[in-house]
Design a protein around this ligand. Structure first.
Ligand code: ZN
Length: 148
């Protein structure tokens, strides 16, 4: 899974706190969007269907033509887990969530700015781009006043 925030020691060797995504031609548009504060997905130029994660061909009409569009960044929590690294059980746990995006797509990301005990299925969340040691990652935070 690209771009997951993490941090732990393994065998006495420090593991980076964040694993930077390996950006290729297929997902350059996505990471360019993150740098611009956006969550971009592919849109089929033939039938306009949106898709995420990226794929070379439209699953509906078979077109290879697509462009990238920015989503609203709004969604809700479909499911989630509390992730703890076995070598750092006392570290702040990560919240890994499946997000139902407003446009009808789903994405895996992290939840930030809330305690694990506060997470609920269907809770509204909004995109936030966070900088982890120079690596920008799309994360989701609880939607609050001023987000609309
Ligand atoms: Zn299509």
């Amino acid at each position: 899974m690209p771009g997951m925030a993490c941090g732990a020691a393994r065998g006495g060797e420090a593991v980076p706190r964040v694993v930077a995504p390996i950006v290729g031609r297929d997902d350059q548009f996505f990471w360019d969007g993150v740098a611009a504060g956006e969550f971009r997905v592919q849109r089929c130029r033939s039938c306009s269907r949106l898709r995420h994660p990226h794929a070379p061909m439209c699953g509906d009409c078979g077109s290879l033509e697509w462009d990238a569009v920015a989503l609203s960044g709004r969604g809700s929590v479909a499911s989630w887990i509390v992730s703890r690294h076995p070598t750092e059980p006392d570290a702040i746990p990560r919240l890994v969530a499946l997000i139902d995006l407003e446009e009808g797509l789903r994405a895996v990301s992290n939840l930030v700015d809330l305690a694990p005990s506060a997470v609920r299925n269907d809770m509204p969340v909004v995109l936030t781009i966070r900088d982890y040691e120079g690596v920008l990652l799309p994360q989701f935070a609880p939607a609050g006043a001023g987000d609309e």
